[in-house]
Design a protein around this ligand. Sequence first.
Ligand code: ATP
Ligand code: MG
Length: 470
Amino acid sequence: MNLKNNFTGKIFSTVSRIAHETGCEAYAVGGFVRDLLLQRECKDVDIVVTGSGIDFAEKSAEAMGLKKVVVYENFGTALLKTDDLDIEFVGARKESYRGDSRKPEVESGTIEDDRNRRDFTINALSVSLNRQNFGELVDPFNGLDDLEKKIIRTPLNPDITFSDDPLRMMRAIRFAAQLEFTIERTTFQAIIKNRERINIVSKERISDELNKIVLSSHPSSGFRLLMDTGLLHIFFQQLAALKGVEEIEGKGHKDNFYHTLKVLDNVAAVSDDLWLRWAALLHDIAKPLTKKFDPVEGWTFHNHEFRGAKMVKHIFRQLRLPLNEKMRYVEKLVLLHLRPIVLASEEVTDSAVRRLLTDAGDDVDDLMILCQADITSKNEIKVNRYIRNLKIVKEKLKEVEEKDRLRNFQPPISGELIMQTFNLQPCKTVGIIKEAIREAILDGTIHNEYEEAYGFMLKKGGELGLKARN
Ligand code: ATP
Ligand code: MG
């Protein structure tokens, strides 16, 4: 197969010329070739050359009048950015691993050595950029066949491939999820066999792959594979613990792992936001901790939203996810995930809607997405009722918001003003008055505006025996 029509850019002809002049070999390899054949968009090209990748990148940049070459000495690679593509050059290498080491011994090698160290047959496809066969597809492991059959398979013995670099087990699952491929049987068995070796991989590398799974179009397929291979238990025990159904007196509860995956897929169908997807993944995370059987109520998970929100930080730390406002956003959604549905099952009062709005702030729309996604009952009548009621909540939210502008609510009267008015030093009474104003606004006793709030403050102060200054 010749793909030269897909390599018409100036960068490729430049690479071809430099390869010719320097007597090196050069191939486009990996994800770019795979995605080209799958007709998936890809902006990152990996080019492997014999000799030094860095030298080759610098020569290419010079020939094209490009200034920007980013050199990664440690990895022996160099990145060159053109308008539409990011091109990474790497020298062909050979890797050898020792049993307990995370880091391979790397030495330069032939193009063939380099193909042998690739993780999957579909990632070992390359396209020649050499003059004599420019554009020719090189497919040493029948990767094309696997692409057609949608199969993830290692080029060499999977036991060795996975034992050498155990991150490849995560990558296998990530590609299966991203591309909607199946992992071939021996490759799959080898993941099960080598799973404990994931412990030698850094948490950051694991989470990079995990996030790619979370961002795929049906993330549940990746999490099922993580569960079925036993990898999930090793690095994300809390999520794995959601699986299973207990039965007492003939009463069971739903399997919270598969429920969570359904919620995640539901969110993924309407949002690409990584952190909203994480909120879906963690919304019920404390259910195993809070599970109780009550002879009257049946299975309960009281306070799982509070306990769950408290677990978020620990999980983020464990997985080396950022401990910043993204984490706080996930905490907040986990904490509030039941609120809209509880609201929807009662009479929807303005006051309850106002409280939801002030607690959720700008994240209220995301909260509604999560809440809607959380409806996974098989009982159609129940589902329809929930959806209808949620719709009412949404309408009410809009109405109240237009009326009261309560998102990111700040009461119109400050503590300063209360102190000035009643000639007070900072003290408990100031807080009491401030809170009373806030409550009055949320209850709808007064509007969210200065005049009414000021009047309310004077009244409240009077009740507390305070005198306003003139
Ligand atoms: P994407 O960029 O969409 O994540 P990709 O296949 O390009 O997918 P990269 O991580 O960019 O993945 O790696 C580029 C290529 O390098 C891969 O296609 C594969 O051939 C090789 N590769 C990357 N990581 C490994 C690894 N851990 N073991 C073996 N080969 C790898
Ligand atoms: Mg890539």
